[in-house]
Design a protein around this ligand. Structure first.
Ligand code: NDP
Length: 306
């Protein structure tokens, strides 16, 4: 029987994950099809229930469902529990397990960016969505002592800080209002700057003006593109990295969970490049559309995080 893996998102027409995972399945000789399902939040429970079927190896979950899917699975791994977000589902019989491979993907991206330098201890994080949760957890695990989170809607950043209160009890994790002067001041006290907002994804926009970027930072944009933010940061002399490594390695970790096999990284990298050259954007990167204010917060509350 041909097996199935499905990416559930909304909207999610074409995706880099689809190209990358199908190429990996084919290269590994696994008879499986990677499908893409566009499901609204209301249709999510039925979609997740379908993944319990014998023909499924598992699923990926992306914007805007990563937090909403938490109460719909039977068990969470440590990363999924800690972040309150699930991007990968596997089956144990008819039971579903929620994983968060964005954490591992970010950890590899961070290690590559830091290289031979000492792991920094201070970070500024822009954004407070699902991606930011994976970043925050990875930074706490990496021993960061100070993480300052800026978000357009301050209450969401405050919710994130509250969510991690226990695991960050030994360090300084705080939310601050999005004012350029405050961001500028924090940047003088940090070593790592991460963009986990979707600013720069659909348009050539940047979350922070190049003028306020110092020249001695490690800068990572989760967006899989040479964004204006990264171009400005590089021009100012900073060491920069885009979201490709994270996307590749969260996908590789998911592949291993579904198949039990090591992911063919080179094949996946080539498929990513080809898909991008053909104009496909990341499902991670599709704008989630305008959600009614508060819906995301309700989903967070429903997921039992905090
Ligand atoms: P969410 O929808 O959960 O969060 C989006 C974030 O962007 C929020 O912090 C939101 O702020 C902010 N934002 C969006 N538009 C604006 C705007 N116009 N002005 C200010 N802030 C804005 O998405 P994710 O966290 O899942 O993803 C965020 C980004 O990270 C995406 O670009 C995605 O591509 C990338 N990503 C990449 C991954 C990879 O593997 N490379 C993995 C995961 C994510 P607010 O809360 O105020 O609305």
């Amino acid at each position: 029987m041909t097996k199935r893996v499905v990416l559930i998102g909304h909207p999610v027409a074409h995706s880099l994950s689809g190209a990358m995972q199908q190429a990996a399945l084919d290269a590994a000789g696994i008879d499986a099809i990677y499908e893409v399902w566009d499901r609204s939040p209301l249709a999510l429970p039925a979609a997740v229930a379908e993944v319990r079927g014998d023909d499924f190896l598992g699923a990926n979950v992306t914007i805007p469902h990563k937090e909403r899917v938490v109460p719909l699975v039977d068990r969470l791994t440590e990363e999924a529990q800690a972040t309150g977000a699930v991007n990968t589902i596997t089956r144990e019989g008819r039971r579903l397990v929620g994983h968060n491979t964005d954490v591992a993907g970010f950890e590899i991206a961070l290690d590559r960016l830091v290289g031979r330098q000492k792991m920094p201890k201070q970070a500024v994080l822009l954004g407070a969505g699902g991606g930011a949760r994976a970043v925050t957890y990875a930074l706490i695990r990496a021993g960061f002592q100070r993480i300052v989170i800026f978000n357009r809607h301050l209450h969401r950043a405050e919710g994130l800080v509250k969510h991690f209160a226990r695991s960050a009890a030994h360090m300084d994790l705080k939310a601050m209002p999005w004012h350029e002067s405050i961001i500028e001041s924090e940047l003088t006290r940090t070593k790592l700057l991460v963009n986990a907002t979707s600013i720069g994804l659909a348009r050539d926009e940047t979350p922070v003006r190049g003028e306020i970027l110092p020249g001695d930072l490690l800068v990572l944009d989760l967006i899989y593109d040479q964004t204006r933010f990264l171009r400005d940061a590089r021009a100012a002399g900073n060491t920069v990295s885009d979201g490709e490594t994270m996307l590749l390695h969260q996908g590789a970790a998911a592949f291993k969970l579904w198949t039990g096999q090591e992911a063919p990284l080179e094949v996946m990298t080539t498929a990513l490049s080809a898909a991008r050259a053909g104009g496909v954007r990341s499902a991670e990167g599709e704008p989630a559309g305008e959600e009614p204010a508060g819906e995301a917060d309700q989903a967070t509350a429903a997921s039992g995080v905090g």
